[in-house]
Write a protein that binds this ligand. Structure first.
Ligand SMILES: [Fe+2]
Length: 339
């Protein structure tokens, strides 16, 4: 559907405690370790077709190290790289790293490191994990509520529409929707997609001066029941739910947010619409429409506005911003009242 990109293949996140984070993703969340190399841990979900979908990278703070997107062909990789450079951003060709062929790496206009790659190894399960389903890269996890795939990444940028328009123009992402404040023409959230879902790339408004921040990474389960089971499994093992389970208006996905030990936010999704409409015009939601929580009966916690790494300022979310935050947006000279 996208002329150049087939989809998100992995996200690299920094953590001050690689072992602690790896233990969380494997023992509590139900992912498996694919490899350890140079201090990094490579993790996969049972349904990931590629060898791994998350890389834990040692770092002082939780943050985005890189997001990797697969192109639709080797020609598309060349074309996409040329388009990025024509847009004024210089990239670098690399050997691609573990399980990958040649890759083009660049930092986008809002500071987000991105890798484009076409040659990606298929995952081949060992005998113990091989599925009876020829379509499955490995058998379904025996861990209750384990994620099936990596689903999306949501970053933070100082201009939501500017970010969406650049990625749509240069790399052919479809812009599916925006959330704009009820009382002011300020866009606080946007969704971009390479496929039929509402998004595999989300954008929240960032009023900090730190470029390249990330708000969360998200995984997929097939059913809402599994999402609730995942919440129970985590709760019983000491991980609180930050927000949800509930249902987004925009995109219509069921959602659940929690934090891994680094404090990085992780989301779990199921459901949502499928959209194959060419020339789709982005729809504009207001927070009062239930953009974030369609039931509109529970307030989003303020902690959801935190992006990574931590910075002065704040990040809005698809639900919008509180009155206090709105006052800050509308009056940039107002004191930051947050503790
Ligand atoms: Fe999300």
């Amino acid at each position: 559907m996208n002329k150049y990109l087939a989809g998100l293949v992995h996200i690299e996140i920094t953590t001050p405690d690689v072992d602690g984070s790896a233990d969380f993703y494997t023992r509590k969340f139900g992912m498996r370790e694919f490899a350890r190399r140079d201090g990094r841990v490579y993790l996969r979900c049972w349904g990931d077709y590629q060898p791994y979908s998350v890389v834990l990278v040692p770092g002082a703070q939780p943050g985005l190290h890189q997001m990797a997107w697969r192109t639709t062909s080797s020609e598309a990789l060349e074309e996409a790289a040329a388009r990025v450079e024509q847009a004024g951003i210089q990239g670098t060709w690399t050997d691609g790293g573990l399980g990958y062929g040649r890759a083009f790496e660049f930092t986008g206009p809002y500071g987000h490191p991105m890798r484009l790659v076409f040659d990606v190894d298929d995952y081949e399960a060992d005998a113990e994990h091989r599925s009876i389903y020829p379509d499955r890269p490995e058998m379904r996890s025996a861990h209750a509520g384990a994620p099936r795939f990596l689903d999306h990444v949501t970053i933070a940028a100082t201009d939501v529409r500017g970010f969406c328009e650049w990625y749509a123009e240069v790399l052919d992402y479809r812009i599916m929707g925006y959330t704009e404040l009820d009382d002011a023409p300020i866009t606080v959230f946007g969704v971009l997609t390479t496929n039929e879902k509402s998004h595999d790339l989300g954008v929240v408004l960032d009023t900090s001066s730190t470029p390249g921040r990330v708000n969360h990474l998200a995984f997929w389960v097939d059913t809402y029941e599994e999402l609730v089971i995942c919440a129970q499994v985590l709760l019983e093992r000491g991980t609180d739910m930050e927000y949800g389970p509930s249902v987004h208006g925009i995109g219509e996905q069921n959602f659940l947010y929690f934090r891994e030990p680094s404090t990085m936010r992780v989301e779990l999704n199921s459901g949502g619409y499928r959209n194959y409409v060419p020339g789709w015009e982005p729809k504009v939601w207001k927070p009062s429409d239930g953009s974030n929580n369609i039931f509109r009966n529970s307030a989003m916690p303020m902690s959801m506005t935190e992006s990574f790494p931590a910075a002065d300022g704040f990040t809005a979310t698809e639900e919008g911003v509180s009155d206090e935050m709105k006052a800050e947006l509308l009056n940039p000279y107002a004191q930051h009242g947050r503790g």
